[in-house]
Design a protein around this ligand. Sequence first.
Ligand SMILES: Cc1ncc(COP(=O)(O)O)c(C=O)c1O
Length: 427
Amino acid sequence: MSDLLKKDKQYVWHPFTQMKNADEPLEIIKAEKTILYTADGKKYIDCNSSWWVNVHGHGHPHIGKAINEQFFKIDHVIFAGATHPKAVELAERIINILPKNHFQKVFFSDDGSTAVEVALKMAFQYWFNKNEPRKRILALDGGYHGDTFGAMAIGQRGYFNKPFEHFFFDVDLLDFPNTDKENELLVKAESLFKTNEFACVILEPIIQGSAGMKTYSIKWLNKLVKLAQKHDVLIIFDEVMTAWGRTGKLFAMNHCEIVPDIVCLSKGLTGGVLPLGLTVTHNKIYNAFLSDEKSKALLHGHSFTGNPIVCAAACASLDLFEKDETWKKIEFICNKNTEFLQKIKNHKSIKEVRKCGTILAIEINTGEGNSYFSTIRDEAYKYFLGKGLLIRPLGNVIFINPPYSITENEINKIYIEILQFLENIKK
Ligand SMILES: Cc1ncc(COP(=O)(O)O)c(C=O)c1O
């Protein structure tokens, strides 16, 4: 074991990891474009963009330059009672790339979970400030919105959050909209909305990420949102995973006829190199917080809210999204995934293969349900590591959502190894 790994074992507590028997972590010494390099001289393709965040490839010089320059202008400054050019530039640019004439205000926080917490607070306090307290919330079963308490409460309950469950607030859940349930679920949603007790509905639009990259009907989503609008229920889209070209368009909502009231952004927002969360909304909500009473303000914030270096990284990432080249790369991955899906869709080891933009998910037929703890998960993880691919399956779902810097050779290598893995599965 290297000195670094020994010290890691001695001092570090890793996320989502049973430290008692976890394998040694990869000792990464360099990350460049799509490749992660380890101390023992191995190379890995970062097939899941390092927890789905890296969009332009590691070490992009344009983002690096922006971060470096910003450090020497303003490294950090309090964001209450002070402002700075990069935060304002970012907020203006975000409003201008979201669907036109709808969103007006951007609230800054630190990551996906906090962007969701802020959205929940906005929605509940909106009703509170209007003196019509609505206390119920509707979410989609199987969702994942983060690991802070509010985000856990509205997400899938189970192994991950059992010890805390008694602290969670009540949430009404709508089953995942499988085709045969779509109408029934809309009827249920409307009957709930009619109670006038619902503050908001929150969901991951068009694809649930952590649930296993599960896609659902955009038409159904349009209908659900229209019902919510009809009954004045606020709609929150958690686009933490789905934004930044992942679904083939800049935002998942760009596939829809409707727009939400609040959208949560993070992950690829800074190109995936620094943590930042944004919660974006319109003036109808914002105005409900304007009052002579200070307590009606959104009394929420974090030490690093609006950090200038982070904002500079996000602005640099937006520059890259303005380039045709980025969209060509996204289209390239989308097309390659479509071709590969056609090739493997009838494979005997596959239960279902799903594609959404640059995301390709293969649900392995294990005979069991989809479980995060499916034994095939560890088997697949190790198999792919042995082949130079860092793929972190979600239970029996193997998926790729690579950085857009991926080359044709690299993506072909991923497909070859996935196919080989499928071939090796014993029936
Ligand atoms: C849809 C969604 N929302 C929220 C989060 C939480 O983001 P973070 O891990 O940055 O707190 C995630 C993380 O995977 C996510 O996929």
